[in-house]
Design a protein around this ligand. Structure first.
Ligand code: ADP
Length: 919
């Protein structure tokens, strides 16, 4: 007898008996309904449902067996609600439930499948079956709940007992229909040792659109989880090998599985354990038997949560990546701008730009080391490096890289593009380091290009196989561009510097040449010119001293005429041992061969005559430029330098110009000297001539005056009357004598003018009476030529101040010429006064004077047309004397003439002369 039997209260026993009856009846009902379902299905020809119905029948048999076995064991104890023994409790919680769950689960599936056959006997049979299964489940729950309350009164509050029924959401079949059509996505792992459970779950979930995998136990689940990714695990709590809680704990301990959500599958009575699982990290739990709506809702919610979490994770990952990218690009930008700053600052210092560059390459591209190599058109040579292993560096220095496929840098030059070798050991062509053991694996070489020209290569390397990222490659290409900019900057800067220097030099040359030609043109002092030349020559040729030698043709010696930067001792040496034509010195050689000769080191100049003193003065190199005239040697220009070495071609060319200037100066000086000499001689000769003419004229006048005086006495009959016949002869003697006297007077006047002895005698005169005198003297001549002679003298002319006799001479000359050259027509004198000046004109109707002669007739001995003048006679001196006289009075004289119509000589004469040379 069991204790239950004896201890049980009678009421409880009655209750137990009732319960037993109820259970047995319900199980029987389930059997009948299950059979019914089978029969109706066959009748409807629904063979497609056969498999599920077989499962229902099997589960029904299983349930019936178990209930009977339980009942056969100890019916009273079992069904006594108040004192369920442990075996009974276990049975109610688990064993009985498993087949019952299967019946209910498959039954509900059929329900869904047959939803469209509402009202048919098959559908009604399935409804009854499910309803009976539900009733039995409710009964079991009730029994378990009562038993727990009875054995642990107060331990767990009523509300702590999971309201199994209330877990079922209220719904209408319509809800079920619509929800079942929603297709879900996700991969779910079902873990359950019970096949029916697995099958039911799997079918439901698959029909809901999920991908499903299954595991039969805990270990199988853990294996499946390591092999594939799952979005969700449905994990049975009670399993024979590793139970659900442990699987869950292991998953949560594994970083890779931690994030996979888990829903626990529990028997409805295992709520405590379910709560435990949730504390251990499960997302949720699902009580068996599965309510399809609850199942879908919990799985959907869980997967949605997972999706959000995945999305969040993904977002976080992307955010992280983005932040990393940003940080990287910020670092790159900082480096780039830093580099640009350095490039800007380091125009003279390419090295520090390169050093910074390699440092950045290593830092920003996560490479072990970096190189910069410059390409000289043939090979690449190392110019900067960072972190390069010493033996690698030594190798690169000893083995300049040639363009070719054997190395990254060589390949970059060859192909003019970035070369990225992810692993040199997998690159059959890579052979640069030969047998040298280098840890290189990943290599990146970027050419530095200016247009098509390769200026060099930047290379970075890694000691592990880890290809560079696109952004690192882009950065390296930016660095290469910047290196090119830096190189270009330096090149341009140096070019500008060189140009500026060239320009400055040219300007200095031009200035020096300008100074020299200025000296040559403006200074007749040869010493000054030569000193200017030699000083400029030395300064511009960048030498330390120089001298100009002039050849003295008679003695054949080169005389040092000017020196610059040479001390007294050397100059004294030059003078003591003069250089001569033919002595084989540099000066001799240069002048004889007519070429520039240089000595790069005076030590080797054995022909020098002043060798020792030159060396003592510190000179080592010299350049000699010959000074050559058209047909003779003029001398030599020598520059000396204290530094030994060849003179550049430009220096020789420059000094040729100075030499030419020197020749010019020396020849100018010579010519000037000659001209000066000649003029001095000429002047003396001219003075002698003038003196002689003046003397002679004077001497001639005395006998002529005597002759004319005696002739006059003869004509006046002082020595008795002369025979009549002789009178005309006497007249001719007198007139010729007067003519001769006139000629002599003219010559005398002109020689006085030339000798500067011509003087005016200033006195008051009346211009009218001068005109009167001239008219009286020439009237008869005009009459002889039948010329009309007219005078127009303005009234009220003022008295003038001047040399009356000379002014009369001028007027006489002009009127004499007019009469002389005019053969018909008239001669007219007109006189007036205005503004302090007398105006005089003598006009005629003669041949006139050509325009180009009008000025020249006032020159000495000038006659317009020699044959005509010859015919008319004359000396060509009259107008020259007239102009001298008028200008000495402060006036002017000129002629206006129209050829063939006559001439008019005009004068303006100050009324009051303040004449130069007046006494
Ligand atoms: P000459 O003694 O030859 O007249 P002048 O000095 O008086 O010397 O005159 C110079 C020249 O000017 C003359 O030879 C003549 O050719 C020209 N000449 C001067 N007066 C006249 C004139 N009235 N008509 C034409 N020619 C004139």
């Amino acid at each position: 007898m069991s204790t239950h039997e004896t201890d049980a209260e009678p009421s409880e026993r009655i209750q137990g008996a009732n319960t037993r009856e109820q259970v047995l009846a319900t199980v029987g009902l389930i059997s009948v309904h299950a059979e019914n379902v089978h029969i109706e299905a066959m009748r409807h020809g629904r063979h497609d449902l056969e498999l599920d119905i077989d499962r229902i029948l099997a589960a029904t048999r299983d349930l019936t067996d178990r209930v009977e076995r339980l009942n056969g064991a100890d019916p009273q104890a079992i069904w006594s609600i108040g004192g369920l023994n442990p075996a009974a409790q276990q049975a109610l919680r688990h064993e009985l439930r498993t087949p019952l769950n299967a019946i209910k689960g498959y039954g509900e599936m059929l329900q869904e499948d047959l939803a469209s056959l509402r009202g048919t006997p098959l559908q009604a049979a399935v409804e009854h079956l499910v309803s009976a299964a539900n009733d039995l489940l409710t009964l079991f729950d009730h029994m378990v709940a009562l038993s727990v309350r009875k054995s642990h009164p107060g331990a767990i509050g009523e509300e702590a007992i999971p309201p199994v029924v209330s877990d079922k959401p209220q719904r209408s079949p319509r809800d079920r229909d619509t929800s079942s059509t929603t297709v879900q996505s996700g991969t779910i792992l079902i873990v359950d040792d019970n096949e029916a459970n697995r099958d039911l779950l799997s079918r439901r979930l698959t029909s809901n659109g999920y991908r499903v995998s299954m595991a039969v136990g805990g270990q199988a689940a853990l294996d499946a989880l390591t092999e594939a990714d799952f979005d969700l695990v449905l994990l049975d709590l009670m399993m024979p090998d590793i139970n659900g809680l442990e699987v869950l704990q292991r998953m949560k301990a594994d970083v890779r599985l931690r994030m996979v959500p888990v829903i626990m599958i529990t028997a409805s009575a295992e709520t405590d354990s379910a709560i435990h699982c949730i504390e251990a990290g499960a997302e949720d739990y699902l009580p068996k038997p599965f309510d399809p709506v609850l199942l879908r809702a919990r799985i959907g919610a869980c997967l949605e949560k997972k999706r959000w979490r995945d999305r969040e994770q993904d977002y976080l990952r992307r955010l992280e990546a983005h932040t990393k990218d940003l940080q990287e690009s910020l670092k790159q930008q900082t480096a780039t701008s830093e580099l640009l700053k350095v490039i800007g600052r380091s125009i003279f210092d390419l090295r520090s730009v390169f050093n910074l560059l390699v440092e950045y390459c290593v830092k920003l591209c996560e490479s072990e080391h970096a190189f910069i190599l410059r390409f000289d058109g043939r090979v690449l040579r190392l110019v900067a490096d960072h972190n390069v292993l010493p033996d690698m560096k030594a190798y690169v220095e000893r083995h300049p890289i040639t363009p070719g496929r054997g190395s990254g840098a060589g390949r970059a030059v060859l192909e003019r593009c970035t070369i990225h070798i992810p692993d040199i050991r997998n690159d059959p062509e890579y052979a640069y380091y030969g047998t040298l053991a280098v840890p290189l694996r990943t290599v990146l070489s970027v050419p530095m290009l200016r247009g098509d020209e390769v200026l060099g290569v930047i290379a970075i390397n890694r000691h592990e196989v880890r290809p560079f990222t696109d952004s690192q490659i882009t950065l390296m290409e930016t660095f290469a561009d910047q290196a090119v900019i830096a190189i270009e900057n330096v090149r341009l800067f140096e070019e500008v510097q060189a140009r500026t220097q060239e320009l400055a030099h040219s300007v200095a040359e031009l200035k020096a040449l300008g100074e020299v030609s200025q000296a040559v043109n403006s200074t007749i002092d040869l010493e000054t010119v030569l000193a200017t030349i030699v000083a400029n020559a030395v300064q511009l040729s960048d030498t330390d001293g120089g001298s100009i030698y002039v050849l003295h043709e008679a003695s054949g010696e080169f005389e040092p005429r000017s020196t610059y930067g040479m001390d007294e001792a050397v100059i004294a040496g030059f003078k003591a041992k003069p250089i001569r034509i033919g002595d084989k010195t540099v000066v001799d050689q240069a002048t004889v061969q007519r070429v520039a000769v240089q000595i790069a080191d005076v030590h080797h100049d054995d022909a020098s005559r002043v060798h020792d003193s030159i060396l003592r003065a510190g000179f080592r190199a010299l350049l000699t430029i010959p000074l050559l005239g058209v047909d003779r040697i003029v001398g030599a220009l020598v520059v000396r330098r204290k530094r030994p070495g060849e003179f550049p071609r430009e220096t020789t060319e420059l000094l040729q110009t100075f030499a030419a200037q020197s020749v010019l100066a020396i020849q100018n000086a010579r010519l000037f000297h000659e001209i000066e000499q000649k003029s001095r001689e000429l002047e003396i000769a001219s003075q002698h001539k003038s003196q002689f003419v003046a003397n002679m004229s004077h001497e001639l006048r005395t006998p002529l005056a005597a002759m004319l005086g005696y002739a006059e006495l003869l004509r006046e009959g002082i020595y008795d009357a002369l025979p009549e016949k002789s009178l005309p002869i006497l007249g001719r003697i007198e007139s010729n004598g007067k003519h001769l006297l006139g000629l002599i007077n003219t010559v005398l006047d002109i020689s006085k003018i030339e000798a500067g002895q011509f003087k005016l005698n200033l006195a008051e005169y009346a211009l009218g009476s001068i005109v009167e005198t001239v008219m009286v003297a020439t009237e008869s001549l005009a009459a002889t030529k039948k010329l009309a002679f007219k005078t127009e003298v303005a009234k009220g002319l003022p008295y003038g101040l001047g040399d009356e006799q000379r002014l009369t001479q001028v007027l006489l000359n002009l009127v004499g010429n007019a009469i002389k050259f005019t053969d018909a027509g008239e001669v007219r004198i007109a006189v007036g006064a205005a503004n302090g000046y007398f105006t005089l004109s003598v006009s005629d109707s003669g041949p006139g004077i050509p325009a180009d002669e009008c000025e020249r007739v006032f020159e000495k001995f000038r006659q317009v047309d020699s044959s005509n003048t010859r015919a008319k006679g004359g000396t060509g001196l009259g107008l020259a004397i007239a102009r001298e006289i008028i200008e000495m009075h402060g006036g002017r004289i000129w002629v206006e003439s129209t050829l063939g119509q006559g001439s008019m000589f005009r004068m303006e004469l100050p009324v009051r002369a303040a004449a130069a040379g007046a006494t």
